[in-house]
Design a protein around this ligand. Structure first.
Ligand SMILES: Cc1ncc(COP(=O)(O)O)c(C=O)c1O
Length: 356
């Protein structure tokens, strides 16, 4: 199995550490560790290694599933990866909704075959008929992020029901990465609650501002969950003990306070980005979460040129749409502290004005 370089990560690696302002982070600003109890006693494994039964039971409840159907992982990235490893082999086909977070396409494409089905700007609707057309007898998975990274589109429950029915009729699985779901003001029921043919992955990195906790999960029927457990023995054995302890508090007694603050923060910053997009006449779609996928301003050949010159002249990092296969766009992450966002938008605006 050969994986291509992860273009977004390579881009960030090149520019992030030297820049004044980072407007390419896709999550909400991080929470300080000292708001949590950090005392875990001895630094051993989480036992059992798929997460504590009490925590798995709490997560399972949210999906109307049983604790056996939940496996805790080192972040959502691992949850997605293990799901692909568990479900796909060389002869299998996946349908991937684009644009998307690269691993959700690159991993299934490295194992088997992939057909991309684009969601449609300006509102990033997903044509379910196009998904139906892309399904083949070998199709094992239909994959998407909801809310989407990078577009911020949050597909409505009717579309998700239609997708689920389509996938179930074809004896495939629907894999939905829902890492941004809890940033919605009123989250829809999660995918795994739709039925046994849907799999949800998620974690605390983005909606909760806890990327350093490295805690995610897969919710899938027992057969798939058990295969995920089998694969996980070869990757990280157990989730991180400290991350597990922090995530229990974040999804427990601290949850409503964290989510209320994060949603209010996202809303206030989103309004600033909407004004910015309007001022510079860039395509703006009201996203759920903290990512906007805007058109590249006139005067630049593509997203990479715009983002590279912005870094060189204003020391601000954005993510070029090229890394998502959309070179006429760029992704702005507006989950950062508001004073940094204000300063960042001023610099981006100055850069655009120089080239008009
Ligand atoms: C859709 C999606 N899934 C997974 C990840 C990685 O998540 P984690 O930090 O929980 O591993 C990201 C990070 O940007 C993402 O956007």
């Amino acid at each position: 199995m050969e994986l291509p370089p992860f273009e977004l990560e390579r881009w960030l690696d090149e520019y992030e550490s030297d820049a004044d302002l980072m407007l390419a982070e896709s999550g909400v600003r991080s929470l300080p560790a000292d708001r949590f109890d950090l005392n875990v006693g001895e630094l051993g494994y989480v036992i059992p290694t798929d997460g504590s039964p009490e925590f798995r039971a709490k997560i399972a409840e949210r999906y109307s599933r049983s604790p056996e159907e939940v496996v805790l992982t080192c972040g959502t990235q691992e949850a997605d990866y293990l799901t692909f490893m568990s479900l796909l082999s060389e002869d299998d086909h996946s349908v991937v909704i684009s644009p998307t977070y690269q691993s959700l396409k690159s991993v299934p494409a490295a194992i088997g075959d992939v057909t991309s089905v684009p969601s449609e700007p300006p509102n990033w609707e997903l044509p379910v008929d196009a998904v139906a057309e892309a399904i083949q007898p070998e199709t094992q998975l239909v994959v998407l992020t909801n809310p989407s990274n990078p577009t911020g589109k949050y597909l409505d429950p009717e579309t998700m029901d239609a997708l689920y029915d389509l996938v179930a009729e074809n004896d495939a699985y629907l894999l939905v990465d829902e890492i941004y779901r809890m940033l919605a003001d009123d989250p829809h029921p999660p995918a795994a609650s739709l039925g046994p043919r849907a799999i949800s992955t998620a974690g605390v990195s983005k909606s909760y501002g806890l990327a350093g906790a490295r805690l995610g999960w897969v919710v899938a029927d027992t057969d798939v969950a058990n295969t995920v457990r089998k694969w996980k023995d070869y990757t990280t054995i157990s989730p991180p003990l400290i991350g597990h302890h922090i995530a229990q508090q974040a999804l427990g007694e601290q949850e409503s306070e964290i989510l209320e603050a994060n949603r209010a923060h996202a809303k206030a910053n989103r309004e600033r980005v909407a004004e910015f997009a309007d001022r510079y006449d860039l395509d703006w779609f009201e996203p759920t979460g903290v990512n906007g996928f805007l058109t590249v301003p006139d005067g630049f050949d593509n997203g990479k040129e715009f983002c590279r010159t912005l870094f060189e002249e204003e020391s601000v990092v954005l993510a070029p749409g090229d890394v998502f296969g959309y070179p006429n766009r760029f992704r702005i992450g507006f989950g950062l502290h508001t004073d940094e966002l204000k300063e960042g938008l001023e610099r981006v605006g100055r850069h655009i004005e120089q080239y008009i």
